[in-house]
Design a protein around this ligand. Structure first.
Ligand SMILES: [Fe+2]
Ligand SMILES: [Fe+2]
Length: 389
């Protein structure tokens, strides 16, 4: 039996993917094409649609061809999933199969950087899908280089339609028709759940962050988004709100002192205690900047950004999610972070309390100014937690 794997974010899956799968199946007498939506590595921006939606859209899309099937092997995995791990799992589940892996020609240049690439070559052959604009000479040179690893590579000498998921998301965000780009059932599904409604705003924010933040800060922000969206899923909060609040929470973090002062004054959010800890201004300043630069008007998002460092007396679910995500995101490595990460998915209030306590202890340890709101936040969380018991 010959099975070809087609992996991708599928955000959303579109007719281009389906066309390539059909062409490959016809050209190489493939019995099954297995679509594998990818998971979400923490160092990458969250997909626009969550794993559940991407899996569901893929299921709807593949109904058109009995040779197509879908696998949830990667989509719900939290960390980075390597192809070698997926292949090992598939080899265990299916026997007597000749595996093929469908890749785009652009991937050829980096294929040998895949983890345990020499082992991958032993476990599958590759089908390379060309795109208009690919230079054949370059493709041939890459293939010649990869054959030294023992890679078995076949070129699919036909193009699919030139469709991109980015275009589809932006059309969906503007309420434009997706006819001819995705199967009808997928278009209806997107229409029903609106997960691309903020696609244009999110693209604009991500572009701005990439251009204006240091790489370290940008990675932190993506990590916070990852944690915030996971917590939103866990506690039934709005994932879109969590994603936007997380992406914007540190947008003012690298502004100079005067810009921060101007922003908080203009919004009437100035606080005499900021004189003792000026860096705290980046939270309220960020909420003003989010409103003015990106036109964010959702008060719940703006409030969560505003209170993400100090907390507040009555924290909303979104406030708590961002407050905590900022502390537990994957690149944080302080002592006790693992315990806090675990607690975050069991009891939100209790873990916010742990985070507030940790902030206070660290501030005092460093002989730094402890803002009175940090203590008030701690007390409110403590009293609320005792009331809940
Ligand atoms: Fe911050
Ligand atoms: Fe942060």
């Amino acid at each position: 039996m010959k099975i070809a794997i087609l992996g991708g974010t599928f955000d959303p899956i579109h007719n281009g993917h389906l066309h390539i799968a059909k062409l490959a199946a016809d050209a190489f007498a493939i019995d099954k094409v297995l679509f594998i939506p990818t998971g979400h590595p923490p160092h990458k921006a969250c997909p626009f649609a969550n794993g559940r939606h991407r899996l569901h859209m893929t299921q709807l899309a593949i109904e058109s061809d009995p040779r197509f099937a879908v696998s949830d092997l990667e989509v719900f995995r939290d960390g980075t999933t390597y192809t070698i791990d997926t292949l090992r799992a598939l080899h265990e589940d299916f026997h007597q199969v000749h595996w093929h892996y469908i890749i785009g020609a652009d991937t050829l240049a980096v294929l040998d950087s895949w983890r345990e690439f020499d082992q991958v070559c032993k476990m599958c052959s590759f089908i390379v899908a060309l795109r208009p604009g690919n230079k054949i000479r370059e493709v041939e040179l890459n293939i010649a280089r990869l054959m030294k690893y023992g890679a078995d590579i076949h070129v699919l000498d036909a193009f699919g339609p030139d469709i991109s998921s980015t275009t589809i998301r932006s059309r969906a965000a503007q309420g434009e028709s997706l006819a001819g780009m995705v199967p009808e059932k997928v278009a209806d599904y997107i229409d029903q759940y609106h997960f691309y409604q903020n696609a244009l705003l999110r693209d604009a924010i991500l572009n701005w962050l990439r251009q204006n933040l240091s790489l370290k800060r940008y990675r932190h922000v993506l990590g916070v988004e990852h944690s915030a969206v996971s917590l939103a899923m866990r506690y039934g909060a709005d994932e879109n709100q969590a994603s936007l609040a997380a992406l914007l929470h540190d947008c003012a973090k690298e502004f100079d002192f005067q810009t921060l002062c101007d922003l908080v004054k203009r919004a009437g959010l100035d606080d005499p205690d900021f004189a003792f800890a000026p860096h705290l201004m980046h939270a309220p300043a960020g909420s003003i900047f989010a409103r003015e630069q990106f036109g964010v008007t959702d008060e719940a998002i703006l409030h969560a950004i505003c209170v993400h460092t100090l907390g507040c007396d009555q924290m909303s679910l979104l406030d708590k999610i961002l407050f905590l995500a900022d502390v537990i995101e994957p690149s944080r490595c302080f002592e006790g972070v693992e315990k806090l990460r675990e607690a975050a998915f069991h009891n939100l209030n209790q873990s916010c309390l742990m985070a507030a306590r940790g902030t206070m202890i660290e501030t005092l340890r460093q002989n730094s100014f402890l803002h009175p709101q940090t203590l008030r936040t701690y007390n409110h969380l403590l009293i609320h937690d005792q009331e809940e018991r």
